[in-house]
Every structure is written in structure tokens, then in C-alpha cells.
Ligand binder design. Sequence first.
Ligand SMILES: Cc1cc2nc3c(=O)[nH]c(=O)nc-3n(C[C@H](O)[C@H](O)[C@H](O)COP(=O)(O)O)c2cc1C
Length: 327
Amino acid sequence: MKTALTEMLGIELPIIMAPMFLVTNTDMIVAAAENGVAGCIPALNFRTIEELEAGIKDIKSRTNKPFGINLIVNKSNVLAKKQLYKCLDLGVNFFITSLGSPEEVIRESKKHGIRVFCDVIEENYAKKVEDLGADGVIAVNSGAGGHLGNIPASVLVPTLKSKCRIPVISAGGVGSGAGILSMLALGADGLSIGSPFIASTESGVTPEYKQACIDYDAEDIVVTTKLSGSRCTVINTPYLKKIGTDQNLFESFLNKNKQLKKYAKMVTYYKGMKMIEKAAFGATYKTVWCAGSSIEFTKKIEPIQEIITRLKNELETAKENLNKVVG
Ligand SMILES: Cc1cc2nc3c(=O)[nH]c(=O)nc-3n(C[C@H](O)[C@H](O)[C@H](O)COP(=O)(O)O)c2cc1C
């Protein structure tokens, strides 16, 4: 297949394995790369700059195929600058930026010939990052796992395609070959797929989290503001039902207070991330598992190679089925 994304990164399939906080690890990146997909790992999945360096070196020693690093570029990430310059030093193929301004990342990456894709949820911001020199936008739609957008892919992708000159990569809600074909039909130059890889053999999260991706379906995904202060998708486990998805009166009072807002957000974020971390890696009754509705298509824990082979086979079937209908 040839799209602007496959050409830009030199990959077989127009797919990025999306960065997932705590979930993505170096084994997943290598497996994706060796199977024609470019994986992207959040820099924050490495606790220190030394660990980031070791991780990048590890990936590079096991594959020479492209991979990317996800940088959170707002104030919450105090390591952002160090992460950026370490990656530039060691050499990575692309960055995905989320939150905050990607200006410095784009400017510095250009000097090193590194591609930069920026998360966007609407047109104005997409045009802004295009003007800054981004190589593409990751169009995060309302079906995405993690911090989701507000606009469905069927509207967001064609809108961005008509307003931007740079490639548009659709993120959210795709876990089947037919889903991939539908995004390409909307005009997407590629896809960024996350949730369907959570239950991969290579992922380091607990077997319980992986099993939850199999046992729960699209209808069990709810949006909560309790974890980071921003809207985020989680599996509606009994524990989640108990704590609810809305901030309590005290939390929303703090969030509305001009002076306290900033600190309240920081505390919510810190507590939420700790809770997600505990649930991802240890046995706890506080089952706060982040995932999107595309876990609907997760039927077993399997190696990334098999997930990608399934997507490829389904894509062929979807093309044949479509041909029968439209000729
Ligand atoms: C568990 C989880 C963690 C995520 N963490 C991040 C992150 O650290 N940085 C980021 O830019 N996006 C993050 N995302 C969003 C994904 O990169 C991507 O946009 C999303 O997975 C696409 O929707 P999908 O899950 O339906 O494929 C996360 C998504 C999930 C499900």
C-alpha cells in the first residue's frame, strides 16, 4: 500500500501503533516495526532520561525499521526539553507531540530531518501546527481511546483533508480491517491505532488488564474526568462504577476557583496517574483501566505479529466486499 504516511516513513502499512502511557514498551515497538507498522512510545514511559536513552538504544539494536517517540509538550512534563534533546541526539524517525505547543520540537527536528506529527482535535489547531511546519496531524476523533476528541472521524478526517495541505492520520475507534479501509476512504493518509494493542503478548501490563480488554466491549467504555482533569476513556469496571466518572463537588469547586484551579488540576492529575499505574502493573481492586471502544475487536491475548496479520487479512476481505458493492 502507498499513502503519504507509508512514503514518509518507509513502512509497509499506513499504520502507526499509537503511543500509550504505561502500556507501550520497547518489545511492542520492535514487534510492530518488524511487521510493517511504525510504533510510537511515550517518552514518559521511561522514568528517567537514562532509561529513555537505554530504551532507544535497545530498540535500535533490535530493528533498523522506523519508530517514534511521543512527547508531552505542556508544563506538566518537566522533562520535555531533556527528552527532546536526548531523542535528537540519539536519532529517532518521528515525534508525535501532544498537549502544549510543538514549536520547539518542530524547529529542532527540522535540523535533524526528523518528522513531527501533532495531535489535534479540530481544524484551527491543525492549521496552527501546519503553519509551524508539522509534517502531519494526528486527527484524534471522538471514538479514540485515552484523551479523546469531540468530533467523529467521518467529519474530522474530511474536514482536515480539505483545510490542511499536510497528511492527516486518523486516530480512534479502529480495530478491524474494515475500519482501516473506511478511514482511507474518508481520505486519511494513515491511522494511529492504540487500544487493540493493549492485550498484545508483548505489552507489560497485568494479565487482568489484558483480559479486561477481551471481556469488556465498546458499550463498557465510559469517559471520566476524574483521572487527569481532562476527558479520558476507561473501562467501566465495578470499581469505576463505585467511584463514578465525574469529579465530586469539592473537586469541581476547586477546578472552578481561579487561584486554586492550577493546583487542583495538578493534584487530580498526579493522583489519577498513580491510580492508573497501580492498576496497569499490580494487583489492586482499584481497577482503573484506560482503553477505547476499539477493544471490541480484541478476542484474545496474542502477539503483535498476529494482530497485524489479522488486520491485513481483514483489510483484503473488506476491499473485496466493497468491490462487490461499488464495483
Ligand atoms: C491506554 C492508553 C494510553 C494512551 N496514552 C497516550 C499518551 O501517553 N500520549 C498520547 O499522545 N496519546 C495517548 N493515548 C492515545 C493514543 O495515542 C491514540 O490516540 C488512541 O489510542 C487512538 O484510539 P484507539 O485507542 O481507539 O486506537 C493513549 C490511549 C490509550 C488507550
